[in-house]
Design a protein around this ligand. Structure first.
Ligand SMILES: Cc1cc2nc3c(=O)[nH]c(=O)nc-3n(C[C@H](O)[C@H](O)[C@H](O)COP(=O)(O)OP(=O)(O)OC[C@H]3O[C@@H](n4cnc5c(N)ncnc54)[C@H](O)[C@@H]3O)c2cc1C
Length: 279
């Protein structure tokens, strides 16, 4: 298959416009698996790794936000300054696949595939990330909750490239945890991101619904029951976990059962809120 290699964003969007139906390739850790199994047969591929605008991250100190380019690999999120700014993302990144996968795989690819099990996605959801998209003539910003529309479905138009995401930097505790069928190199059977941001608790769940879910009832309960220092009693944490379980919408599949997932995600939520995870 022909592979096009743009070296700037404007070249990439122009190539996408000139080659309708072309498939975008970032790290290839999802796409090439599908190609190898004959699940996808792209006619034309546009490889994004040489587009500098997509491979950088930047801090906006005034706004208190960080922009992460769609092709920034997980290995750059695991440690260092970015990990200090968004610790839950660092924790999620560290759980993705193996070092080889983390050297290639990206947030843009996680969003592009939009699996409910994508590890970066609960973090983006809990932090109300904005997804930036660009086509040859237009740009638009979409709240991540509107971007993820269903299992492996997103609201990207065919002629759009995901530029990256903007997230608030940490101003309270946050953490990410997942459960799988083994301890490493595993796709989650349940995952959760908890963040206390601007004083308000947020919880987002992965692998327990058609897409990543927020839990408004559990969040409201917790906001009314947090101590002044942000801590919670054992009873409040337990009730929070119960409410999170109730708001999950898991199914049985080849990885796990709905009953186990519902239980597991409640335990994760309870532990995260008590742990007050730091990076
Ligand atoms: C062995 C193995 C283990 C894995 N373990 C995990 C894991 O633990 N957790 C996890 O979440 N995932 C895991 N994955 C899946 C994969 O690594 C992630 O989903 C990763 O984020 C994909 O990123 P990528 O850059 O490789 O995407 P690619 O494979 O390049 O692309 C994936 C999809 O996104 C689209 N896309 C990519 N970039 C853009 C863009 N800028 N704009 C628009 N569309 C775009 C592509 O067209 C394609 O449809 C694993 C994969 C493998 C092979």
């Amino acid at each position: 298959m022909p592979v096009l290699l743009p070296t700037s964003l404007s070249e990439a969007t122009q190539m996408l416009s000139d080659t309708p139906g072309a498939t975008l390739l970032a790290g290839g850790t999802d796409l090439m698996v599908e190609v190898n199994f004959n699940h996808r047969k792209p006619n034309d591929v546009i490889a994004l790794r040489h587009v500098p605008e997509l491979s950088q991250w930047s801090l906006n100190k005034v706004a208190g936000t960080v922009f992460i380019g769609s092709a920034v690999p997980y290995k750059h999120m695991e440690s260092g300054e970015l990990a200090q700014l968004v610790p839950a993302l660092a924790q999620a990144a560290r759980t993705v696949g193996s070092p080889q996968i983390r050297a290639a795989g990206s947030i843009g690819g996680n969003l592009g595939t939009c699996s409910p099990a994508g590890d970066s996605l609960p973090v983006l959801s809990a932090l109300d990330a904005i997804v930036h998209l660009a086509s040859v003539n237009t740009t638009r910003d979409v709240p991540v909750s509107d971007f993820m529309v269903g299992p492996k479905r997103n609201s990207r138009e065919q002629n759009e490239i995901i530029l990256g995401v903007t997230l608030p930097i940490r101003n309270g505790r946050q953490g990410y945890a997942k459960v799988g069928v083994r301890n490493a190199m595993v796709i989650s059977v349940a995952s959760a991101c908890f963040a206390l941001q601007d004083g308000s608790p947020r919880i987002a769940l992965g692998s327990v619904g058609p897409t990543v879910l927020r839990c408004p009832h559990a969040e409201q309960f917790l906001s009314q029951n947090l101590a002044a220092d942000g801590s919670v009693s054992d009873d409040v944490a337990k009730e929070f976990g119960r409410l999170v379980s109730q708001e999950s919408k898991p199914i049985d599949d080849h990885r796990s059962t709905a009953v186990y997932r519902r239980h597991a995600v409640g335990v994760l939520a309870q532990r995260l809120v008590q742990r007050g995870v730091q990076s």
